[in-house]
Design a protein around this ligand. Structure first.
Ligand code: KIV
Length: 266
C-alpha cells in the first residue's frame, strides 16, 4: 500500500539518487490529478498570482489567496507532500513569519512552507525550524524581488554571486531548512549546491543535477498566456489528455530525461 510522502522519505530519495517530482497546483481538481499521477510534492505557488489571477508578477498575492488555494488543493490531495508559498512580505519579522506560517499549516493544510530569500531569512528559518515548522528556502531567481532585480534573469553566473549562493545554501541548511529550491541557476552551480547540502534540492531552470524538479502546471499544459520560460516544457504536445501529459512529466523527471540541456542554463 502506498504511504504519504514525508520529509524523511524525500531525504532518503536524495541519498538513493531517486529523483523527486514536484509540480504546482492551485485547486482541488488538479491536486487530485497530480496526486494520482504520482507527484511527490505539490507546490501551491504564489505563481497563482500570474497564472490564476492574471497579474504580471507574484507581488499582489496575499495570505488570504494562499490560504484559499492551499485549502482547495489539500482537499484533492491524498499522498503528496503539500508545500505552500509564503507570499510577498509575509515574513517581514520573525513574529509575523510565525503567524503566517501557522496560518498556512492550520488553515491551509500546508506541510512545508516555502519562502524566498537567503541570508536575510536566516533568523526566520531558525525560528520556524525551532518551532517544528518545515521550511523550504527558495534561492536563485526570487520572483517576489522582480521589481528590484529589473526582470527575470539567471542568477549566480558571476563567481562572487555563485559563492554567495553556495554560502547561503549552507547557512540555510545550518539554520534548519528542510529543503532548498533553486530557480534559474546555472546547471554547474545548482549541481554543486545539491552535492554540498544534505537536504533535498528542487530545481526549476537549474539543471538535472538537482535532487528533483518543479515546473508551473500551466506552463507544462500550454495554457500560460504570454511568454513561457525557456526552461519549461509543454507536455501537452503529443499527449491525448492532461493526465497523460502530467504522467509524461512525472516519468521524465524520474528517469532524469527532464531537464535536458535545452531546458537549463550553462
Ligand atoms: O510560485 C511558484 O510556483 C514557484 C515556482 C516557480 C518554484 O515558486
Amino acid at each position: 500500500m502506498a504511504t504519504s510522502m514525508t520529509l524523511s522519505r524525500l531525504r532518503e530519495m536524495k541519498v538513493q539518487g531517486e529523483k523527486i517530482v514536484c509540480l504546482t497546483a492551485y485547486d482541488a481538481s488538479f491536486g487530485r490529478l497530480l496526486d494520482g499521477a504520482g507527484v511527490d510534492v505539490i507546490l501551491v505557488g504564489d505563481s497563482l498570482g500570474m497564472v490564476i489571477q492574471g497579474h504580471s508578477t507574484t507581488v499582489p498575492v496575499t495570505m488570504e489567496d494562499m490560504v484559499y488555494h492551499s485549502q482547495a488543493v489539500a482537499k484533492g490531495n491524498r499522498m503528496a507532500l503539500l508545500m505552500v508559498d509564503m507570499p510577498f512580505m509575509a515574513c517581514p519579522t520573525v513574529d509575523l513569519a510565525l503567524v503566517n506560517a501557522t496560518r498556512l499549516m492550520q488553515e491551509g493544510g500546508a506541510q512545508v512552507v516555502k519562502l524566498e530569500g537567503g541570508g536575510v531569512q536566516l533568523e526566520i528559518v531558525t525560528e520556524l525550524a525551532r518551532r517544528s515548522i518545515p521550511v523550504c528556502a527558495h534561492l536563485g531567481l526570487q520572483p517576489q524581488s522582480v521589481h528590484k532585480l529589473g526582470g527575470y534573469r539567471v542568477q549566480g553566473r558571476e563567481a562572487e554571486a555563485a559563492k554567495a549562493m553556495l554560502d547561503s545554501a549552507l547557512a540555510l541548511e545550518a539554520a534548519g531548512t528542510d529543503m532548498l529550491l533553486l530557480e534559474c541557476v546555472p546547471e554547474t552551480l545548482a549541481t554543486a549546491i545539491s552535492q554540498a547540502v544534505s537536504v533535498p534540492v528542487i530545481g526549476i531552470g537549474a539543471g538535472v543535477g538537482c535532487d528533483g524538479q518543479v515546473l508551473v502546471l500551466h506552463d507544462i499544459l500550454g495554457v500560460t498566456a504570454g511568454k513561457v520560460p525557456r526552461f519549461s516544457k509543454n507536455y501537452m504536445v503529443g499527449a491525448e489528455s492532461i493526465a497523460e501529459a502530467v504522467g509524461h512529466y512525472v516519468a521524465e523527471v524520474r528517469d532524469g530525461s527532464f531537464p535536458d540541456e535545452a531546458h537549463w542554463f550553462s
